[in-house]
Design a protein around this ligand. Structure first.
Ligand SMILES: O=C(O)CCC(=O)CC(=O)O
Length: 254
């Protein structure tokens, strides 16, 4: 069952639409470094995934299909038939599902720092247990440690605080519900049926969804291009915003 997610729209009304979908524990402002570059050319829709930011947090567990149904409902609310879609991590998982199951709604696809099957069911059960027992704040420092390279963490304490707070403020139900979506996910059989031209991006130093995951995705999707971004971990779109923006703009311009 879909929910009405919180979203913002920026950029020229008549420009092609790009939807940006973020990672587990994020809010839509994780895409701030993309806005100046993308809104010159595209109408950019950012949204809080269910259970995150200002979106509703229905009782979990969720599935990737649930998260994708929220995007389809958002497109319907915007009266948009087709859009480009960029998703990072769980946002990319949502993008893979959409590319395979709703190809008529997706124009070009960008899959950033993501994986079609991530971790083991037991590892996600552990994460869900910690979140439910201790709250999202208990995970935040470890998770942020995977989002940025050690050098960046040393250099940018304000950003580290911003994202530590962002994860800590995510609702327990929303975070745990999305963990369950990843826990039960295997999108590998879907990849060969994705027909949208697809950009696959990995952060070279991403310990969460390492480059071998991006290679696997790019090999399985028929019309895919792979880019590995140096000096970036899981949140490559933030730490290497200029490089990632260039890739997104080039890809969505076609
Ligand atoms: O970031 C996501 O959307 C899911 C993958 C993940 O859990 C990354 C991490 O916490 O290391």
């Amino acid at each position: 069952m879909s929910v009405e997610v919180n979203y913002t729209v920026d950029g020229p009304e008549d420009a092609p639409l790009v939807v940006l979908s973020g990672s587990l524990g994020s809010r839509l402002d994780m895409w701030d470094p993309q806005m100046a570059g993308l809104t010159g050319l595209f109408r950019v829709v950012r949204y809080d995934i269910r259970g995150h930011g200002d979106s509703p947090a229905p009782p979990g567990p969720y599935s990737i299909a649930d998260l994708a149904s929220d995007v389809l409902r958002l497109l319907d609310r915007l009266k948009v038939e087709r859009a480009h879609f960029a998703g990072l991590s769980i946002g990319g998982m949502t993008g893979m599902w959409l590319g395979a199951h709703a190809p008529e709604r997706i124009d070009r696809l960008a899959l950033l720092c993501t994986s079609p099957k991530l971790g083991t069911p037991e590892s996600w059960a552990d994460r869900i247990r910690v979140v439910r027992e201790q709250g999202t704040g208990a995970l935040a420092p470890t998770v942020v440690g995977r989002w940025f390279t050690p050098a960046y963490i040393e250099r940018e304490p304000d950003t580290i605080e911003l994202f530590t707070d962002m994860i800590s403020e995510t609702s327990v139900e929303g975070y745990a519900g999305c963990c369950a979506a990843i826990q039960h996910m295997d999108l590998r059989p879907d990849l060969p049926s994705i027909t949208a031209p697809t950009l696959v991006v990995a952060g070279k130093e991403d310990p969460s969804t390492p480059p071998d995951q991006a290679e696997l995705i790019a090999e399985a999707i028929p019309d895919a291009r792979l880019e590995i971004v140096p000096d970036a971990a899981h949140l490559a779109s933030w730490e290497q915003a200029t490089a990632v923006n260039e890739l997104l703009i080039q890809h969505f311009r076609g």
